[in-house]
Design a protein around this ligand. Structure first.
Ligand code: NAD
Length: 345
């Protein structure tokens, strides 16, 4: 059987590496090969691919999705693209969106152009819930307008629209997924869940931005990856699929759960003000479409998933400790007074 050749952009990052590990793992499809294209920026880490480095059908290329020559040569010899590569996360985009627009918009366009040129079979564009903006009540269906609030989410929204426009203009088989907030092992320590865990494991105060009442729907990365695979293998061209788990909790509640799992005191939390933005209040996607079309249901219970994640960070200090210097400064870092200021207690 000729394998389906999948080009995974950003496959050395958090979700992309889970994806590569899953499709090349024992429960993955038997007929795929995977090439990871990754520039290895801050969150990109070759160690994330250790489990698949020697798997049959795996290869790695260090390169930039904005480089038309690299992209053209790779897209020409692949059947499908699963496009994770992006400048992340939201908070790093607030000082300025230049790098975000370059990678997330120009990089996506470079890939899409090559996909059209070479008659690529399927292009799965990985997007995020942030593109919808913020919602007080209810949940967004895929048909809701995009109202992004940060340079990160605006650049992701722009890339979604470009991808869908390439479907309408050129007939390219584009499928877009928009997922809620992910957690799990191998997540770069500056993100919310590993930031809380690693602060606790280091015995440091746990910084929480604002009043900690912002609400996110937390999904385990394995469930996200399963949703992506369903869309890659059975999704319809030109369609958008929301992916979420229905685990809506505030940052304050999330920190409480993680401190409990770690056996730490709630008094470790320090509320800090972020000068530039309070962040979106609440994200909530309506997942009726993916549940109806694929019988998709998240499998990982939030508390069980967080407990597994804490255990992994406990036993993998050699993975995350060297990354701390590359992660965002701590919000209460006295050497970084321009980014954050303490709230009065
Ligand atoms: P990540 O930052 O961990 O990984 C991004 C990867 O892209 C890194 O390996 C990085 O080196 C690579 N990269 C960056 N710029 C590149 C470039 N110009 N060329 C090639 N590679 C480049 O991010 P993540 O959390 O794994 O997110 C992956 C994708 O999933 C993103 O598109 C993100 O918007 C989306 N997403 C993330 C979440 C979440 O909660 N983390 C939720 C929904 C969707």
């Amino acid at each position: 059987m000729t394998p389906t050749r999948i080009l995974v952009t950003g496959g050395a990052g958090f979700i992309g590496s889970h994806y590569a590990r899953t499709v090349l793992g024992p429960d993955g499809p038997p007929d795929v090969s995977v090439t990871v294209l990754d520039k290895l920026t801050r969150a990109g880490n070759p160690a994330n691919l250790d489990d698949v480095r020697h798997a049959p059908g795996f290869s790695f290329v260090r390169g930039d999705i904005c480089d038309p020559d690299v992209v053209d040569a790779l897209v020409a010899v692949h059947d499908q693209v699963v496009h994770f590569a992006a400048e992340t996360p939201v908070d790093r985009s607030r000082p300025g969106g230049g790098g975000f627009v370059r990678t997330n918009v120009l990089g996506t366009q470079t890939l899409l152009d090559a996909a059209v040129r070479h008659g690529l079979h399927t292009f799965v564009h990985i997007s995020a819930v942030e593109v919808y903006g913020s919602i007080r009540a209810g949940s967004w269906p895929e048909t809701d307008p995009l109202r992004p609030n940060s340079p990160y989410s605006a650049s992701k929204a722009a890339s979604d629209l470009l991808a869908l426009a390439y479907h309408r203009t050129y007939g390219l088989d584009v499928r877009v997924t928009r997922c809620s907030n992910n957690y799990g092992h191998h997540q770069f320590p500056e993100q919310v869940v590993p930031s809380i865990i690693t602060h606790v494991l280091k015995g440091r105060p746990v910084p929480l931005c604002g009043n900690g009442l912002n609400v996110r729907d937390w999904i385990h990365v394995d469930d996200h990856v399963r949703g992506i695979e369903l869309v890659r293998t059975g999704g319809r061209p030109g369609e958008v699929y929301n992916i979420g788990a229905g685990n809506e909790v505030s940052h304050r509640e999330l920190a409480g759960m993680l401190l409990h799992v770690c056996g730490a005191d709630r008094g470790m939390v320090r509320f800090v003000e972020h000068r530039r933005s309070k962040g979106d209040h609440r994200y909530s996607v309506d997942t009726t479409k993916i549940r109806t079309e694929f019988a998709f249901a998240p499998r990982k219970d939030l508390l069980a998933g967080l407990t597994e994640t804490v255990d992994w960070y406990r036993t993998h200090r050699s993975w995350w400790e060297p990354l701390l210097s590359r992660a965002c400064r701590e919000p209460n870092d006295p050497n970084d007074p321009n980014d954050y200021e303490r709230l009065p207690s």
